[in-house]
Design a protein around this ligand. Structure first.
Ligand code: SF4
Length: 328
């Protein structure tokens, strides 16, 4: 089956920050794609570069501090600084992790939602109110007038999260970036949030790029998955491929670290921590923690195509097999 052109693609994004202790190479050659109507997840431990990838895609990083190379294409066009301003909040929107930190405490919810519509050219306040009320009803807020008149601090975390989803969908975006939506909320509201997002995005026909470390959410929600470790994509595939036949030792370790309700196997942690970005390991950045590491892992690691949709960056799958283990 031939795919339509990608809605979003990043090509070899590299991100570096100059710090007092040296240069931190935070993202290395990050290339990913999102196709129309797709739900794509990026997973990995905290600190592996997921959130910052979304910020690069949205052009939110301060270019005076961040050195960024590589390109971001949206609808086939390489984005420039000016494009970001035009796309943000309209064709591309973002749902941030913490609703309280994302909403402005000095404006009512109504003001903040109406301003989204004003930016898309809906200038009449009566029309803005009508659309905002309908959008709030769509996220199961039964009393939209009360919510519109309230300030964020007067609402619960769950309500504010719904407001954020409303805000992200109000401009009818083509792509929604979701950074751990609902992590700050309890699990039942989190589940509700994802179901709402899924239903609304399905109706609007948008695509979602979700980042999370919750593999249960990924299994339920995503069509395709990118696994990220220490600022690099180490494996990608359909959700089925990644969960049923993970190839990269890091993906395998991530899956093995999830507790199972059946209790059939105890979760195993991953020894060690994500490396220091000012002095990352050469070659495969996972090699200091990998039980299969060998000398070849400290050089450039090949990307191996397992199937049409499944790719892994690991010497274990390169042919012919590479030399024997250096340790472990
Ligand atoms: Fe382990 Fe080497 Fe594969 Fe990296 S490339 S995951 S160190 S076997």
């Amino acid at each position: 089956m031939t795919r339509p052109p990608a809605l979003l693609s990043t090509d070899k994004i590299n991100l570096k920050f100059k710090l007092y202790e040296g240069v931190a190479h935070v993202l290395k050659d990050v290339s990913l794609e999102v196709y129309p109507h797709e739900h794509v997840a990026v997973v990995g431990e905290s600190g592996c570069g997921k959130s910052v990838t979304l910020r690069v895609i949205l052009g939110l990083l301060d270019r005076r501090r961040a050195q960024i190379s590589g390109t971001v294409h949206f609808q086939g066009r390489a984005l420039s600084e000016g494009d970001y301003r035009a796309l943000r909040g309209q064709d591309i929107t973002m749902i941030f992790q913490d609703p309280m930190a994302s909403l402005n405490p000095t404006f009512t919810i109504g003001d903040q939602l109406r301003s989204v519509l004003a930016r898309t050219g809906v200038k009449q306040q009566a029309e803005q109110n009508r659309r905002v009320q309908q959008a709030l009803l769509n996220v199961s807020i039964a009393d939209p007038e009360r919510v519109m008149a309230a300030y964020p601090f007067q609402l619960s975390g769950g309500l504010n999260q719904r407001v954020l989803i409303t805000m992200a969908l109000l401009s009818r975006p083509k792509l929604v970036l979701a950074d751990e939506p609902g992590t700050a909320l309890d699990v039942t509201v989190q589940k509700q949030t994802l179901s709402l997002m899924e239903a609304l995005v399905r109706e609007e026909g948008a695509a979602i790029l979700l980042i999370t470390h919750n593999l249960g959410v990924v299994r339920e929600f995503a069509h395709r998955v990118y696994v990220m470790y220490a600022g690099m994509i180490v494996e990608e595939g359909t959700t089925e491929e990644l969960f049923n036949a993970p190839k990269h030792p890091y993906t395998q370790a991530l899956l093995a670290s999830v507790p199972r309700l059946s209790g059939e196997a105890l979760p195993t942690g991953i020894d060690g921590t994500v490396p220091d970005y000012t002095n990352p390991p050469e070659g495969c950045r996972f090699h200091p923690r990998c039980p299969y590491a060998r000398a070849a892992c400290q050089q450039d690691v090949p990307q191996v195509q397992i199937s049409q949709t499944h790719r892994v960056n690991c010497v274990l799958y390169a042919a012919p097999p590479l030399p024997e283990a250096a340790h472990g």
